[in-house]
Ligand binder design. Structure first.
Ligand code: GAP
Length: 679
């Protein structure tokens, strides 16, 4: 435990009906996924356990389901239209596109230092107030670069009279402006400002000058300036025939919500009044959210359509908090802790011992965001992160933010000047409501502050799948069997060495090669490492055969089928999901499918449970294979009906993690399973 690579989980999800690529018949659409029979069960379970804990188990929560499409004004006043953007850069050579901060995270310390060295003496940063913002930390450096490029562009585009060909070329080359745009930029800037000479040549384009590498080919790129790209999907309400950017088209625009939160803010008063709630109380909502992510990927980790589970918890503002009442910071801490414990609870199967529990805890952490990472509305945010397998590594699974009174104030029509100033908000002339609250106990009117725990449903599913995935050896292989693997590996090595030599020769002669020598060499290195660590590395053998360098090697093809068969005998894949998350809770098998009494009894047991939870009946293989199939999808219990069952009405119940089997009377099954499944 857990998965060693994301590919293991991706393969399982695709082959066993958790997740399928969207629109596959038409070649697929990047980053849209369909959730299959097991996937939809699991998503529903994630939402159910979250709702149970967030709404039912508390005295201070209500639920809500607001519309996905809201007035465009919501997103103007929430700040999303202006600031919900990601900085995008393109490599003009490879045509690859990256989010600037993600690109910087993949650079060496030397490259990051080189960028800092270029930026520090630039006129943009010589003012003492800006100096502090240049650091090799990728997030901070991304902000500094965005600011810097914007300044450079201003100086270029504003130098109307001096719009010499050199300036125009840089505007087109670095900033990606068309000739037309360059002409317009000069026409729009009648006042000449400092000319391009105020920046040294390397300061005009620091990313290219510092030799920032393109992760796709490992070579220095020729980078465009970062462009801010709004992540909201635009749609239109009603039939619109107007051309883009005309007043009629703009008036009909709406956005697919990028977070469910705003629907809660707009319903704060509706819920508070209709349910006679007193602050502190919270509203929970689950639902779809959409973001036109620049770099979606890592399977369902970052997608353009996903589901969120969000709570907006309304509390007293700090200036009204009395003796003995929790401050906003204490509420924030409490929610971080509560949510962190929820993640741990459901990542841990009941069969885990102390050592496993400690190991699981090491893969979840709380990380407070640095000041320059904070969203425009947040006073503080702590991310709960999970250590995903492979290069994805630590990734945010939930953010717990202190959103202050920003949102309720932003949507209010009548706000004192000092609050607008404090929150850096413009007066809202569109709203006909003020989202304040009269506190009957304190006899005070105020705009509540908000603590927001916000988690992704689909990301939660990926987290729990990665954590639950395990491949374990169930039967010790003999020395002879291990030796067989070693000798097969030696045969593969021999063949691969020859292919490498042939490919190198072909490449030198300018001919096309069937094998990529670098990839084949990487495969051989991995194979050697796995073989040297046998038998402990047994579960890595099949994974190694999936290496791209192993493609088209004949002995690998020959070796695969018997290896798969052997692996099925000595090992099993098991999803050690918490029972509450398991898509199927119970599978029932007849020992003999041609014995009608056994089949009838097994089907009767299935009928007994299927109205309570997902239960399946299966007689399509031998019992051993049927157990393996259910282990692989995380079914916590299997029941086998045999000849003895016909005599004494007892059945064999097998537990997934320990593989222990027990005889249980059919009449006791409900109690037995309901207790263990916590139903
Ligand atoms: N209302 C606050 C908010 O939306 P966020 O950190 O942007 O905050 C909250 O998103 C959670 O939503 C994340 O922790 C993650 O679990 C999930 N999430 C965000 N973007 C996602 C994406 N593109 N794909 C899948 N899940 C995403």
């Amino acid at each position: 435990m857990p998965a060693k690579s994301l590919e293991q989980v991706v393969n399982l999800c695709k082959t066993r009906g958790f997740v399928f690529p969207g629109s596959a018949a038409y070649g697929g659409v990047a980053s849209f996924w369909d959730y299959g029979p097991l996937g939809v069960e699991m998503l529903n379970h994630v939402k159910r356990i979250w709702w149970q804990e967030s709404v039912y188990a508390r005295d201070d929560m209500e639920g809500l389901d607001a519309a996905i499409l809201m007035s465009r004004k919501v997103w103007q006043h929430s700040g999303h239209e202006a600031t919900f953007t990601d900085p995008l850069v393109d490599n003009r050579e490879t045509k690859r596109r990256y989010r600037l901060d993600h690109l910087l995270k993949r650079q060496s310390a030397e490259v990051l230092e080189a960028i800092c060295d270029i930026l520090k003496p630039a006129p943009t940063f010589t003012a003492p107030s800006r100096q502090a913002t240049i650091s090799p930390d990728p997030e901070a450096l991304a902000s500094a670069l965005i600011y810097h490029y914007r300044e450079v562009q201003t100086h270029f585009s504003a130098s109307t009279d001096q719009m010499k060909s050199e300036n125009a070329a840089i505007l087109m080359d670095v900033f990606g402006l068309t000739e037309d745009e360059v002409r317009r930029a000069s026409a729009d800037s009648p006042v000449p400002r400092a000319d391009s000479k105020m920046f040294e040549p390397e300061q005009r384009d620091p990313l290219t000058a510092a030799a920032v590498l393109d992760p796709a080919d490992g070579k220095p790129g020729k980078w465009t300036a970062p462009r801010q790209f709004n992540l909201m999907f635009v749609t239109h309400v009603g039939p619109v025939e107007a051309a883009p950017n005309t007043p009629e088209e703009i008036a009909a625009r709406a956005y697919l919500r990028p977070e469910t939160a705003q629907g809660i803010f707009l319903n704060f008063k509706n819920v508070q009044r209709s349910m006679a709630r007193k602050v502190p109380f919270g509203i929970a909502q689950m639902g779809k959210a959409f973001r036109n992510e620049i770099t979606p990927g890592n399977f369902i980790f970052r997608t353009r359509e996903f589901e969120q589970m969000e709570i907006e918890f309304f509390i007293k503002p700090p200036q009204f908090t009395g003796e003995g009442e929790k401050t906003d910071e204490q509420w924030h801490e409490e929610w971080i802790d509560q949510r962190y414990r929820w993640w741990l609870r459901y990542a841990t199967p009941p069969t885990a011992g102390n050592v496993e529990m400690e190991e699981i805890e090491e893969r979840f952490r709380k990380r407070a965001q640095a000041a320059d990472e904070l969203a425009h509305y947040a006073k503080a945010t702590t991310d709960i992160e999970y250590k995903f397998p492979g290069s994805l590594s630590w990734g945010e699974i939930e953010g717990v933010a202190n959103r202050t009174d920003f949102d309720l104030t932003a949507h209010s029509g009548d706000v004192p000047e000092e609050d607008l100033k404090r929150l850096k908000l413009e007066p809202n002339k569109d709203s006909n409501q003020t989202f304040d609250y009269f506190d009957p106990d304190a006899k005070q009117r105020y705009v509540p502050w908000v603590i927001e725990p916000s988690a992704g449903v689909t990301r939660a599913m990926l987290t729990f799948l990665c954590e639950a995935y395990d491949e374990e050896v169930v039967k010790e292989p003999t020395k002879q069997e291990i030796d067989q693997i070693k000798s097969d590996a030696a045969m593969i090595k021999n063949n691969a060495e020859k292919k490498i030599k042939a490919a190198e020769k072909d490449a030198a002669a300018g001919k096309e090669t069937k094998h990529d020598p670098v990839q084949v060499r990487a495969f051989l290195d991995q194979l050697e490492d796995v073989v040297n660590r046998l038998p402990e590395s047994l579960d890595e053998v099949l994974l190694t055969l999936d290496h791209p360098g192993a493609e088209n090697l004949e002995p690998v093809k020959k070796f695969r089928v018997p290896t798969e068969k052997f692996m099925e005998e000595v090992s099993r894949t098991v999803l050690r999901l918490h029972p509450a998350l398991a898509p199927i809770k119970l599978a029932v098998f007849p020992l003999k499918k041609n014995k009608p009494e056994i089949v009838e009894m097994a089907k009767g047991i299935k009928r007994m449970f299927q109205k309570h939870f997902r239960t399946v009946y299966d007689d399509s293989a031998g019992i051993g294979r049927l157990y393996r199939r259910q282990d692989e999808i995380g079914t916590p219990y299997c029941i086998t009906v045999d000849f003895e069952s016909l005599e004494d009405r007892t059945v064999t119940v097998r537990e997934r993690d320990t593989m222990e089997q027990e005889r249980v009377a059919i009449d006791d099954l409900k109690d037995y399973l309901f207790t263990r499944l916590d139903i």
